[in-house]
Ligand binder design. Sequence first.
Ligand SMILES: Cc1cc2nc3c(=O)[nH]c(=O)nc-3n(C[C@H](O)[C@H](O)[C@H](O)COP(=O)(O)OP(=O)(O)OC[C@H]3O[C@@H](n4cnc5c(N)ncnc54)[C@H](O)[C@@H]3O)c2cc1C
Length: 432
Amino acid sequence: MITELSSIDGLVWTKDSAGYDEARLGFQRLDPHQPAYVVGAASAQDIQQVVRFASKNRLKLAVKAKGHGHLNRLDGGVLITTDRLTGVTVDADEKTAVIEAGATWAQVIEAAAPHGLAPLSGSFPNLGAVPYILGGGLGLMARQYGYAADHVRRIEVVSPDGVLRPAEHDPDLFWALRGGIGNFGIVTRVEVDLFPVKTLYGGSLYYDLTAYPDALETWRDWTRTVPDTITSAVALLRFPDFPQVPAPLRGKHVAQLQLSSLADDGEELIRPLREIGEPLVDTVGELPYTESAKIFAEPDHPGSFSTRNILLSELDPKALDTVRAETQCIIGIRHLGGALAKAPEVPNALGHRDAQYSVTVLSISEKDESKRQRQVLEPFADQTIGRLLNFSSAPLDEAELRAAFDDGDYDRLKKLRANYDAEGLLQPNHPF
Ligand SMILES: Cc1cc2nc3c(=O)[nH]c(=O)nc-3n(C[C@H](O)[C@H](O)[C@H](O)COP(=O)(O)OP(=O)(O)OC[C@H]3O[C@@H](n4cnc5c(N)ncnc54)[C@H](O)[C@@H]3O)c2cc1C
């Protein structure tokens, strides 16, 4: 069978080839893909050829960029990796970028910065830009500009019949791809808007929760007062007592207030949070957008973890009391609203635009932590109105998946999936 793939420009690995593990594994190592073939595609035409090969041989097909969102192990079948498709082309006059399937946000940021422009990237620039966009994309300027998926102009996709399509010419497909992550084809490139942003005022204030137990409530109350130019979040985490951890944080249970401001008076707007007390560490200041990874300062080590998310209409102080006591998992709460509440001119599948906060629980573990994660999120049940798929790298049951979308949209997505992928060739992380 492998001879059928011999004419592609990209690389092909089977289970006994050197480099197979490196090719199939991504950042998230829990329950990895076990494909019969891994193909490192070098062009859209390679992807078309692999799709036809998989279809003809009735093999399941999955795709991976950087592998942070990995879920739903592929056993046998073909895994397409997009690491070799990293082109980014910026049109400074149009304020747009064309991003190939495997480019990271860091690569897009670097390409846009010389033109005084920035993309709607998120907390961690080493993610694949395309998967992030297909799952919505909640970024550092989200309350000012909305979801990354709201600013997509064009998508080129290889559908399960092997045809390379401009999705923007098919309103159903274009709607479904932006929010429906990977259920409708293999995206080869995306054209997105860029924004005239050179710097942010941002960083993190790390408060010791033992000394300042009210830091979380103060942040919550503050979010109700801030303009849309401020996008912020809080992470509750216990730092290990390791030498690699900065000394003031070692062994501490911390509220990390993660702040990103486009306002001229960012320092003044953030002052109420500095008045909580003496932070263990304060990294907040003016920074070029190219250094935006410093705001959340997330670790860059591959490992086994899983995440579960909910969207909330309100952040109940009683529920906050419960999660503040949680020390096994990391809890991330993001402030929504602002431009996130406005649907784009060309509608997409993202729902629950009235959500005010998002809560994600992250477990670092070699096993499925779904039961515990559901327990951790239980105190928010009365305010839960949906979930974000980008922050859901744990298995969802059908009711949970349905709840990621507005009423009727999950059924529409299911119908479209049945239409575009009648034979069920694709194995996305959350299949409809
Ligand atoms: C540390 C960290 C920080 C994060 N921060 C944010 C954030 O600030 N905002 C946010 O919105 N999200 C965030 N996320 C979630 C992230 O956006 C998703 O996990 C995203 O999928 C990761 O990109 P990736 O390249 O690693 O994806 P991968 O794991 O490679 O892909 C995820 C899934 O996307 C689909 N897919 C991948 N490539 C294609 C393609 N070319 N065509 C069709 N489908 C495809 C597949 O179904 C695949 O399983 C974060 C995740 C982590 C781990």
